[in-house]
Design a protein around this ligand. Structure first.
Ligand SMILES: N[C@@H](CCC[C@H](N)C(=O)O)C(=O)O
Length: 272
């Protein structure tokens, strides 16, 4: 299956992805989830948080349409850090100019690529709910929510190092309030009026990642709505990199991307 398939490994603030130019549609729609599950396995295969396929756009005014798959093979509507990597990949593959737009299941994403630095305009935030009182693992908890392309719950904490990301994360990810889609879960410490630190438990990776772009945007928006910060907001990610969230007509996510390598897939990478 897929010998000699060419892919590029990239990361943006520690969120890592495999990117494939699928304009030829060599990978069929039904094959993509399996490919994501197999290739994203850490240690056993290439390893990544997600797989991104770039395909011909429905509307030719956009550079491409993407399909985004989490490491567990589930398809997500959007991914902020993945979007930044995809925009740069498209420019470097000759599929797009540095100011571009592309189609996602969440809507149209606009991007500006300046070398390794990429800024994307996210889809307008929706379903904002502040101060939800939830019962989580038998205890009351205040949780905020917004969809910045994908769903995000946000919990403010005093000490991010001590935040129970790996117990409260899954409990909220599967909480009935967010059913059936589930949610990503962000833990946020306010550092100043311009800066927050965020740790994210990601849906579809089913664990903490080093950063999450739409989660960073959701966290900044909620912190601003609660009167704790002012835009632009700097986000200190788990991986240590600083992302910037701007608010103009929508939320913008800006930061560095890294191209790691181009690989040619060996069929054994896909074995059970
Ligand atoms: N890491 C991403 C979000 C990817 C999708 C997410 N795991 C989901 O299923 O909702 C980002 O940078 O935004």
């Amino acid at each position: 299956m897929f010998p000699e398939l060419s892919f590029v490994k990239m990361q943006a603030s520690g969120n890592d992805f495999l990117l494939i130019n699928n304009f030829s549609r060599r990978i069929l729609p039904e094959e993509a989830p399996v490919l994501a599950r197999r290739l994203c396995r850490r240690r056993l295969s290439v390893g990544a948080d997600g797989l991104i396929l770039l395909e011909p756009p429905e509307d030719p005014t956009h550079a491409f349409r993407w399909r985004f798959f989490n490491a567990d093979g589930s398809e997500a509507e959007m991914c902020g850090n993945g979007g930044r990597c995809a925009a740069r990949f498209a420019v470097e593959e000759g599929l797009a100019r540095p100011v571009l737009s592309f189609e996602t299941r969440a809507g149209i994403i606009r991007a500006r690529v300046q070398g390794s630095r990429v800024k994307v305009a996210l889809t307008p935030p929706k379903d904002l709910s502040l101060g939800l009182k939830l019962l989580v693992e038998g205890k009351p908890l205040e949780v905020h929510f917004v969809n910045t392309g994908v769903p995000h719950a946000v919990v403010l904490v005093e000490d991010l190092e001590a935040a129970p990301v790996n117990s409260l994360g899954p409990a909220l990810r599967y909480h009935e309030r967010f059913s059936p889609a589930g949610t990503n879960v962000n833990f946020v410490e306010i550092l100043s009026e311009e800066e927050i630190a965020v740790r994210t438990y990601e849906r579809g990776v089913e664990g903490e990642t080093l950063a999450c772009g739409t989660g960073a945007a959701a966290s900044a928006l909620i912190a601003a709505e609660l009167g704790k910060v002012r835009f632009p907001v700097r986000i200190r990610t788990r991986g240590g990199e600083i992302l910037t969230i701007h608010r103009e007509e929508t939320l913008f996510l800006e930061g560095e991307t890294r191209r790691i390598y181009r690989g040619l897939l060996h069929p054994e990478a896909l074995l059970d």
